[in-house]
Design a binder for this molecule. Structure first.
Ligand SMILES: Cc1ncc(COP(=O)(O)O)c(C=O)c1O
Length: 399
């Protein structure tokens, strides 16, 4: 991807996605699980641009959602509602109503009170809600604490000890059709053995139930932001097969919810250097992208590869790459080796920014959200225009 050339057409900063990488990662997943009774549900929260959702839909992948807004995007991307499932510890009544009205395949319930809320809404609508019970398997994934979701003290899912009460409620409410158990132990899981522990707990709980035909094992497949060795779908697939062979043999469908694995690597945040500032013995490279555009480094101290968009023969020196936002945490990387001849106007590429990049972005410092461009071979296509100050003004009522 020649981002320096692209930056002549699209004003920086912007997100660029490489269609070939998206297809390759989608292909890894479909290939790894093709011999099993597995359905894939792309976690749209990673990147909800309908053009990207459409690429997953084309490969027969469904959606994993958390809101009506995401369901609308998934429908715009051409995914059939029957292949969609919705998680969320606090789905609003409007989310639930929208999902049921549009024929969602599965609502994963995350608490005892939510069961009654869904049953009441379904009764009022005259429909039967297909539900999964999301279980917190009490497994601590070896990932950043903020994205581990399967520990006893995390807010997600029901504990196994809540199952008898959940079952009593379901038995009393004909508006609920219980079809699945689900879980998700965390994101950016890079050790297949973590998922193995979670899957084993879930398979055992599943075996103790009757009448269910889907076991949703969540997402979480990690990507290698630093280029080191990581477990990949081809490593995870045999573990799924081993732990659920008996279930698959009796027709149980295993569902997976990968998000990051599909979208992360394909995305680059393309940004320009505003200033090179030498101060206090440090070299700061001040770029035009900021933490509101890509919050992962500020939020989780996440690592993203950063490179200069042109070739350079200059020696590297430690640089701290920061954005213009008025927060010290607005820093993409500290002491990163970059060529010493970087100047104002150069383009930098912040890599592996396709997942939880645009979708987690905001408007802090009244900075409008960025454009997204899809690169397919020699063609570049704008798939979301940049938001403008006027969009902001239009939503703001006069004082
Ligand atoms: C319930 C659920 N499923 C799937 C995912 C996707 O995880 P990942 O992007 O790590 O695959 C998430 C992410 O937080 C999640 O909360």
């Amino acid at each position: 991807m020649d981002t320096t050339a692209l930056a002549r057409t699209y004003p920086t900063p912007f997100y660029a996605y490489d269609a070939a990488v998206l297809r390759a990662r989608i292909g890894d997943l479909t290939e790894a699980f093709k011999a099993q009774n597995v359905s894939l549900h792309y976690a749209v929260k990673a990147n909800d641009n309908p053009a990207i959702i459409a690429m997953a839909a084309k490969a027969g992948i469904g959606a994993c959602l958390v809101s009506a807004g995401e369901m609308k995007r998934a429908m715009a991307g051409g995914m059939p509602p029957a292949l969609m499932l919705m998680n969320g510890v606090g789905k609003s009544d409007a989310d639930i109503r929208f999902a049921l009205a549009n024929g969602i395949g599965q609502l994963n319930v995350e608490s005892i009170p939510e069961l009654t809320v869904i049953a009441d809404i379904a009764r009022e609508m005259g429909v039967v809600a297909p539900i999964g019970l999301r279980i917190n398997p009490e497994v601590a994934a070896n990932t950043h604490s903020n994205i581990a979701t399967g520990r006893r003290t995390d807010k997600f899912g029901l504990l196994a000890e809540d199952l008898p009460e959940a079952k009593r409620i379901i038995a009393a409410r004909p508006e609920l059709k219980w079809i699945a158990l689900s879980c998700h132990i965390g994101s950016q899981v890079h050790d297949v053995n973590d998922l193995r522990r979670g899957y084993a707990v879930m398979a055992d709980i599943f075996r103790a139930q009757e009448g269910l035909d889907r076991l949703d094992l969540g997402g979480g497949f990690g990507v290698s932001y630093r280029g080191d060795a990581y477990s990949r779908p081809a490593d995870f697939a045999p573990v799924v097969a081993e732990l659920t062979k008996d279930l698959q043999a009796r027709g149980v469908r295993i569902q997976l919810e990968p998000g990051r694995y599909i979208a992360a690597e394909a995305g680059t945040l393309v940004t320009s250097v505003i200033h090179v500032k030498d101060s206090g013995g440090m070299r700061f490279i001040v770029v035009d992208a900021a933490m509101n555009d890509l919050i992962r480094p500020a939020l989780y101290e996440a690592y993203h590869p950063i490179r200069l968009g042109r070739s350079s023969k200059a020696a590297t020196m430690p640089c701290t790459i920061v954005g213009p936002v008025c927060e010290s945490s607005d820093c993409f990387a500290r002491d990163r080796g970059l060529p010493a001849d970087i100047v104002r106007g150069d383009v930098l590429e912040i890599g592996f920014a396709g997942a939880y990049g645009f979708t987690m972005s905001g408007q802090y410092n009244a900075r409008p959200r960025l454009a997204e461009v899809l690169i397919d071979g020699n063609e570049a296509k704008l798939i979301r225009r940049a938001f403008t100050a006027e969009d902001f003004d239009a939503a703001t009522l006069a004082a």
